[in-house]
Design a protein around this ligand. Structure first.
Ligand code: GLC
Length: 443
């Protein structure tokens, strides 16, 4: 039997629309499930949100001096020298970036920490610092850490593309210090260990005291916020006065309406069952979800019957940067994919799929931000500034506006202003601020 391609394709696309839509009631459900899991996590009960105390609170804004930050993110490692002027301005005075080789991400833990110490060593070879004076180092480790102090923390489990052996369950501050010893960089003292979201919040808050939430929307996704210590019923913190930043590890939130592409991606991943929100929202996975949909349409004979198709055959061959290009300059995208001659209707369908996948990502992110803000301030009576960093937020056309839309639809009458502020390099700058806070506390 001959299939009527235009009709079948339209059916397929309308079903897809339903599969990827986050309705207002879905968004409200996300908010209430977030609140439930935040509450459980803060009590140390089983929850998809780990709610990890960071042992650092709001900076004063008068922290001052030069600090070194080592920032291990999703794909790169950076070493920065950060200058804090003591009057709410932080600047990067030196920086080096190193790509992390795949063998290092998937190899033995000792390699990873030797690699990181090597990055520091090569940075110090370039930078004229007085090596006789102790240098304070802050380490941004963008993975879930169980901390008992600001300068120590055990890796709970790897996320993103990392699967280095022998690190889960170990104190990464100890592993880094040992590697620095092996490399002979004894003049460095590790003073603070922070998650990248915590760094981003600290950087946002150093510049603007109204900032009380940090978000990463990049290779991975996660958030943190300022919590009253009295609400953190863990590790004896509830009896402490004041506030502390709590890292939600929201990438692992698992109460979302998933579809079969999400389930296929999860099943083939390094960590099936974990990081379900991250797999639907972050830059690392958006291209792959889009590719899985395109593949299915191709298998059903609904797309690219004539044109070359190899670009969609490789898992993770389509990236979030490709999707940005598709949204910004369709012609350039299809030329690069060797599909410039494909039928217009095929190109329209690919464009639509990319739009649905990224739209869903922004809507989930918007609902998650609303959940955290309303946890802190149920009626949103006060203004809030959210410091955000990450390639998706910074570079994907229209992404920020979609988050604001999603937030707007969840805000009640009379809610005060919510500002999302791009906080570039926040993870490294903020970790230097944590280093300054920790160094001051020691004095
Ligand atoms: C992953 C990590 C988390 C980090 C986020 C953004 O979700 O588990 O700790 O903050 O990526 O880099």
């Amino acid at each position: 039997m001959k299939i009527d391609i235009p009709t079948e394709r339209n059916h397929f696309l309308s079903r897809l629309n339903r599969d990827f839509t986050v309705s207002s009631s879905d968004a409200r459900n996300i908010v209430s499930h977030f609140h439930r899991d935040m509450e459980r996590g803060l009590r140390g009960k089983r929850s998809s949100l780990a709610m990890l105390p960071s042992f650092v609170g709001r900076p004063r804004g008068n922290e001052k001096g030069k600090f070194i930050a080592l920032d291990l993110g999703g794909t790169n490692c950076r070493v920065l020298e950060v200058d804090l002027d003591g009057r709410r301005t932080a600047s990067i005075t030196a920086a080096s970036r190193f790509a992390i080789p795949r063998e290092v991400m998937r190899g033995d833990g000792t390699w990873l920490f030797d690699f990181l110490a090597g990055c520091l060593l090569s940075f110090f070879q370039e930078l004229p610092v007085d090596k006789r004076r102790e240098q304070v180092l802050a380490f941004t480790f963008s993975f879930p850490l169980a901390q008992r102090s600001i300068a120590s923390g055990t890796l709970i489990r790897w996320t993103k593309r990392f699967k280095t052996s022998g690190v889960e369950g170990s104190d990464v501050a100890v592993l880094l210090s040992e590697a620095m010893e092996r490399r002979g960089i004894g003049f460095i003292r590790l003073a603070a260990l922070t998650n990248d979201t915590v760094g981003t919040l600290l950087a946002g808050c150093y510049a603007d005291p109204a900032c009380d939430m940090g978000v990463i929307l990049g290779t991975g996704t996660n958030a943190c916020y300022l919590e009253r210590s009295a609400r953190i019923h863990r590790a004896g913190l509830a009896s402490r006065p004041g506030e502390m930043i709590v890292n939600l590890e929201w990438g692992n939130f698992n109460r979302l309406k998933t579809n079969r592409y999400d389930d296929a991606l999860d099943a083939a991943s390094l960590n099936p069952g974990w990081q379900r929100l991250e797999k639907m929202v972050s830059a690392l996975h958006l291209g792959e979800i889009t590719r899985l949909v395109i593949r299915e349409m191709m298998e059903q004979g609904l797309l690219f019957r004539e044109a070359g198709q190899s670009v969609f055959s490789e898992p993770y061959g389509l990236t979030a940067e490709d999707l940005s290009l598709l949204a910004l300059d369709r012609k350039a995208f299809f030329t690069r994919a060797c599909l410039a001659d494909a039928a217009e209707t095929d190109r329209d369908a690919v464009f639509e799929i990319g739009r649905l996948v990224t739209d869903r990502s922004a809507r989930i992110a918007g609902a998650a931000i609303a959940a955290v803000l309303t946890w802190m301030d149920p009626d949103l009576k006060a203004g809030h500034t959210v410091a955000v960093d990450g390639s998706l937020f910074e570079k994907y056309p229209g992404y920020q506006a979609r988050i604001m839309d999603a937030l707007g639809s969840l805000r009640g009458e009379g809610a005060a202003e919510i500002k999302l502020v791009l906080t570039r390099d926040g993870s490294g700058i903020g970790s230097a601020i944590a280093g300054a806070v920790a160094a001051a506390a020691k004095r």
